[in-house]
Design a binder for this molecule. Structure first.
Ligand SMILES: Cc1ncc(COP(=O)(O)O)c(C=O)c1O
Length: 396
């Protein structure tokens, strides 16, 4: 019997069709990393199949995810970030990585709503309880709530609807002395405006979806820490739960990150112009922007933050729900949408979201949240003037 043909060159057309043109080596070095789409990773020899020092499977990410992780870490002031499929997944994944049945979490009452829903739903079912403290509570009040089961304090500063600032360095220090972990949702601070890890926080989490992506077209989240033991627990969670991000999403996120600093500076500049103008309008009761003197949290912001972004709140003079809807519906340059951090301006009315809070302080009028984008701020001011006119007409 004749021997079957062996080797690639002698293979049939059908086999060559499957193996010809496989990627071997990069042809050129480019500014952006290669987008390696790969579930299967091919290794060089039998020994390498079980060499855990190099990737042997693509789920946890390859070149582009690693490049992004390093860049996000540089923004947060640490080594490579751990990546999750969304900001919410970064919050919920970090909590799952660090908590166990019987633990209790103390949470700022201004925490992002879906983070709260996860704690009160999924985590409760797994035997982890949560209690909430007023976002402007003093560190002493927060620490007095801690009991023997308290394992973690979840912070978010400023809150992304009501913009209270927490005394994070004091809470983090007191928590560490009692062996309690601190995790902070740093989506507003982005790392460039606020550095929780340098202020003593154990894990800084971000929705990269917002300013890092910057174009309202991609989801992702990150968790950063300088504590190797905590990182090992987050890594184990990612590995065991099978969590990774797609190379294409990572590519877009990295592309956004390259212009983060200049975009953020312009968002902040524009927001300040719009906020100052709003302060002087008769229909406005208060502007909840921590950079304004007299705004809640202003002193802590001045001490701990390096700037502002485009997101802040506006409390209108008392008026009906219909009048608030007239304000929102009159806007033409501000889109109506539940996000922020993209290049464009957005607005929502917030009161329907505040009901579930346990420590809500009455604001004295309807709350509207604005995200000031990269448009000409004078155009945005014109749009807001029209909306305030509609509010005033509907309130009369
Ligand atoms: C403060 C804050 N944290 C987390 C998230 C969740 O981010 P993602 O939409 O990427 O899940 C958001 C989204 O709006 C947010 O505002």
């Amino acid at each position: 019997m004749s021997k079957p043909p062996s080797g690639r060159d002698k293979a049939s057309r059908q086999t060559r069709l499957l193996h010809a043109g496989s990627p071997m080596e990069l042809e050129a070095r480019t500014v952006a990393p290669p987008v390696q789409r790969g579930s299967t990773v091919l290794v060089a020899n039998a020994k390498a199949l079980y060499d855990t020092s190099k990737p042997t499977y693509g789920r946890l990410g390859l070149s582009v995810q690693n490049a992004l992780a390093e860049a996000v870490g540089a923004v947060e002031g640490c080594g490579p970030a751990r990546l999750f499929s969304s900001g919410l997944a970064a919050v919920t994944g970090t909590l799952q990585a660090l908590l166990k049945t019987g633990d209790e979490v103390l949470v700022t009452d201004c925490v992002y709503g879906p983070s709260r829903r996860f704690l009160d739903g999924v985590m409760k079912r797994y035997g982890v309880s949560a209690r909430y403290f007023a976002p402007d509570a003093s560190p002493d009040v927060v620490m007095a709530m801690a009991g023997p089961a308290t394992r973690l304090i979840l912070l978010e500063s400023p809150g992304s609807l009501t913009f209270e600032i927490q005394d994070v360095p004091a809470i983090a220090k007191a928590a560490r002395e009692r062996g309690i972990l601190t995790v902070l949702d740093n989506t507003w601070g982005v790392g460039l405006l606020y550095e929780p890890l340098a202020l003593g926080v154990d894990v800084s989490v971000q929705a990269l979806t917002k300013y890092v992506g910057g174009h309202s077209d991609v989801f992702m989240g990150s968790a950063c820490s300088i504590d190797a033991k905590l990182l090992a627990r987050i890594d184990a969670y990612l590995r065991d739960a099978g969590i990774g991000v797609s190379p294409d999403d990572a590519y877009f996120m990295l592309r956004g990150l390259r212009t983060l600093e200049v975009r953020l500076a312009r968002h902040g500049e524009n927001a300040l112009k719009v906020a100052h103008w709003l302060q002087d309008q008769p229909e406005v009761k208060q502007v909840l922007c921590p950079a304004l003197a007299g705004a809640p949290g202003h002193d802590l912001w001045k001490r701990d933050f390096k700037g502002i972004n485009g997101l802040f709140g506006v409390v209108l003079q008392p008026g009906s729900e219909d009048a608030t809807e007239a304000f929102i519906d009159t806007l033409t340059l501000f889109g109506l949408g539940f996000s922020w951090g993209g290049f464009e301006s957005l607005a929502i009315h917030c009161d329907p979201q505040l009901g579930y809070r346990t420590a809500h302080r009455p604001l004295g009028g309807p709350l509207v949240r604005l995200h000031v984008g990269l448009e000409d701020p004078q155009d945005l001011i014109g749009d807001l003037r029209g909306a305030l006119d509609a509010y005033a007409a509907a309130t009369r």
